[in-house]
Design a binder for this molecule. Structure first.
Ligand code: NAD
Length: 431
């Protein structure tokens, strides 16, 4: 086939992984590859994941007589630079296209902060909140068994994501270890510390994101002290982002989650809110703030907006209502490509997901290294190394952004794609 007949990457990937999120991820990659003039062969290769596994499996409900089935996925985007790494999400909208898009984002993220991993992602299409603890355990163990040949400390290392947590990682580690005949802590990260989990892992994505707030605020003329912060999501990422922002002297004025949204112009008391959410399961009904319509969250005037819940929440439909100067993307892919263009034109400074929430995978990397060496670091060491890596990556991305006159998302992707492209070219094509 001549190169004129060569199908475009989006067409190549069209049927297997097609979804709005995958099209967005490939579209972003294509846009930046064009600017960078990436080699055509590598460009096509990187626009589709290397390995995609889809499984279906049965799990028994607590009544014992009823057996249901679930669909699960694991996608590894690039295996060139080392094992792959990426979270597992349990949610009803998980599909192959979404998982493949997130795996691609993980590749760029790891490369941007300089970790020796390719990207991966996995998920099961279930609603974890509608399962009992024992049902969730059976789903996790059977899913792990189904993808067991794909994962391992030198192959692919899962971590928590939306709808999963330390306990789910502990069950995954146990299932893998039972099959190996010995304990293998390094097969997953985000485990409880008793199993070789790293201290400060749970807080890492939220804290890492907010560690960039002072540098980002400086770039867009926002004063950190008393800056008004609005947060969507109060889970692993949102809650620690809120706490870290408040420790910096910011005022968290609104928080939303699946149950609702609350607003307090004087600042939400986060200690109280955390205890309330732990007790009730969500922010709705929190007594020390006003209940607001979650659909109005982005209308609230603030200096810093932290979407830390799910993807594609700021879209062409609602972007005009966004009333902020700085966005820290705690969630993966919270801003669609269309909305991104509008925000850039409005002059909103965005710290993109691939850089902003990389604190999670960075401390996961620390955890993996500690497990392999059986030598554990202190919390101080972890927190200071995380800060150092995040701030260095931010400065490097900022330098690219200034030198090439591009926004931070484009600059971050240039950094990540450049590293992966070079790695691909020096390894060459087998055979
Ligand atoms: P989580 O399940 O712990 O929390 C998700 C939060 O978002 C919950 O408070 C939930 O109620 C809320 N939420 C869900 N859907 C919502 C909606 N439609 N509107 C408003 N709120 C909603 O998940 P998490 O681990 O905090 O992950 C959040 C995001 O951050 C995801 O996009 C994930 O991919 C990304 N991320 C997570 C990590 C990690 O290590 N946990 C690392 C990097 C990025």
């Amino acid at each position: 086939m001549s190169s004129a007949d060569r199908p475009g990457p989006v067409e190549m990937a069209a049927s297997e992984w097609d979804s709005p999120m995958y099209r967005d991820a490939v579209g972003q990659f294509e846009r930046v590859a064009e600017i960078m003039n990436v080699d055509d062969n590598v460009r096509e290769r990187l626009s589709m994941p290397q390995r995609s596994l889809m499984v279906t499996f049965p799990y028994r409900m607590d009544g014992y007589s009823e057996v249901r089935n679930a669909v699960g996925y694991r996608v590894q985007h690039v295996l060139t630079m080392g094992p792959t790494k990426g979270g597992i999400r349990f949610a009803m909208d998980v599909n192959m296209g979404e998982v493949a898009a997130l795996a691609m984002l993980m590749t760029w993220k790891c490369a941007i902060v300089g970790l020796p991993f390719g990207g991966a992602k996995g998920g099961v299409r279930i609603d974890p909140h509608r399962l009992t603890r024992s049902e969730l355990q059976r789903v996790t163990r059977r899913y792990t068994a189904e993808i067991i040949n794909m994962i391992g400390p030198q192959k692919d290392i899962p971590a928590p994501d939306l709808g999963t947590n330390e306990q789910v990682m502990a069950w995954m580690m146990d299932t893998y270890s039972q099959n190996q005949g010995h304990a293998v802590p390094a097969v997953v990260t985000g485990k409880p510390p008793e199993l070789g989990g790293s201290v400060a892992r749970r807080e890492a994505p939220g804290r890492g994101a907010v560690s960039l707030l002072p540098s980002a605020a400086l770039r867009c003329g926002v004063k950190v002290e008393d800056a008004r912060v609005v947060i969507q999501g109060f889970g692993n990422v949102g809650r620690y982002a809120a706490l870290a922002a408040s420790e910096l002297g910011c005022r968290v004025i609104a928080v939303a989650d699946l149950t609702g949204a609350v607003y307090n112009g004087k600042g939400v008391e986060l200690g109280k809110l955390t205890r309330y959410v732990d007790r009730t399961g969500g922010v709705a009904g929190f007594p020390d703030a006003d209940e607001i319509d979650p659909g109005d969250l982005f209308d609230i005037e603030c200096e810093v907006l932290i979407p830390a819940a799910v993807g594609s929440v700021i879209t062409g439909e609602n972007v005009d209502r966004v009333n902020t100067r700085l966005i820290l993307e705690g969630a993966n892919n919270p801003v669609t490509m269309e909305a991104d263009r509008v925000l850039r034109d409005k002059g909103v400074f965005i710290v993109p997901d691939v850089l902003c929430n990389a604190g999670g995978v960075t401390v996961s990397y620390f955890e993996w290294v500690q497990d392999l060496q059986n030598y554990f670091w202190s919390e101080n060491e972890i927190v200071s190394r995380l800060r150092e890596i995040m701030i260095r990556a931010f400065e490097e991305v900022l330098e690219i952004s200034i030198r090439r006159k591009v926004d931070m998302r484009t600059a971050a992707l240039i950094k990540g794609i450049d590293k992966v492209t070079k790695a691909k070219l020096v390894r060459g094509v087998y055979p």
